[in-house]
Design a protein around this ligand. Structure first.
Ligand code: ATP
Length: 237
């Protein structure tokens, strides 16, 4: 479903991703791991079309994404759940969701209303606080809102950037339970995370980046055995 070949990302003199190869098959969950500054977010954001690529190719559903905006990709079924939530804290929960629909050219019809109702059924905490300012939600609730917003457009694939970052342990468990639910619903996921043990539990495959390069890749069940991951992290230091 997603094929990334020899992806390069540069910020001026900083070479953040150096020839990254990875692929995600339909229905699969791939974890993209690595130490701080390894290039995970840069890789994810280049796939999403948010950050320009300096080289390589990204193919989504058999079509090269070169020149496609994040909005165009989202209309093709590829949603992004960015790091730091990026929700509008001065707007209400409901307004945040409506904006996401509007940006996607949806929200006016009965099908949109039904989808939103179903989604709110799944996120009761958001349903209860629909008219509250999103900035008043806890960190975990804001993350739920970010995930709900990504799911609202009915994506086939979601790129998630550090969804558990900064959350209390119980919220981390909830977020990972939600990720497992999304996978069970057939949504294909590329997950950037710093929580290695939990990521390996939910992932089919994992790719470890070190200094912008793929240092290790393989089935999550194999990588969770032995200390290859630890060595890949240490090699980056
Ligand atoms: P973290 O977990 O800390 O977010 P990461 O693995 O996601 O790390 P990136 O955020 O992709 O790593 O950063 C990779 C490298 O690119 C780092 O050296 C970082 O300082 C640099 N970098 C990231 N964004 C920018 C930017 N906008 N301008 C310049 N350098 C950047």
């Amino acid at each position: 479903m997603l094929e990334v070949k020899a992806l390069d990302v540069r910020y001026g003199p900083v070479h953040a991703a150096k020839g990254v190869d990875l692929s995600v098959k339909p229905g699969e969950l791939v974890a993209l791991l690595g130490a701080n500054g390894a290039g995970k977010s840069s890789t994810l954001m280049a796939i999403a079309g948010v950050v320009p690529r300096a080289g390589g190719s990204v193919t989504f559903d058999g079509r090269d994404t070169a020149g496609e905006t994040p909005e165009a990709l989202s209309r093709r079924g590829l949603a992004v759940c960015p790091e730091g939530r990026r929700i509008f804290t001065a707007l209400t929960v409901g307004e945040n969701l409506s904006l996401a629909e509007a940006a996607h050219g949806k929200g006016q019809d009965a099908a949109s209303a039904a989808r939103k109702d179903a989604l709110l059924g799944r996120f009761p905490v958001l349903a209860e606080r629909l008219h509250q300012k999103a900035g008043l939600l806890s960190g975990g609730e804001q993350q739920m809102l970010a995930v709900a917003r990504a799911l609202l457009t009915g994506p086939r694939m979601v790129l998630m950037d550090e969804p558990s970052l900064g959350l209390a342990p119980q919220m981390v468990d909830e977020i990972f339970a939600l990720i497992e639910e999304m996978k069970a619903d057939g949504i294909t996921i590329l997950l950037v995370e710093q929580n290695v043990p939990l990521s390996l539990e939910v992932a089919d495959h994992a790719v470890v980046l070190a200094n912008g390069r793929v240092a290790l890749a393989g089935p999550a069940s194999e990588l969770s055995q032995g200390d290859a991951i630890r060595r890949a992290y240490l090699a980056a230091e």
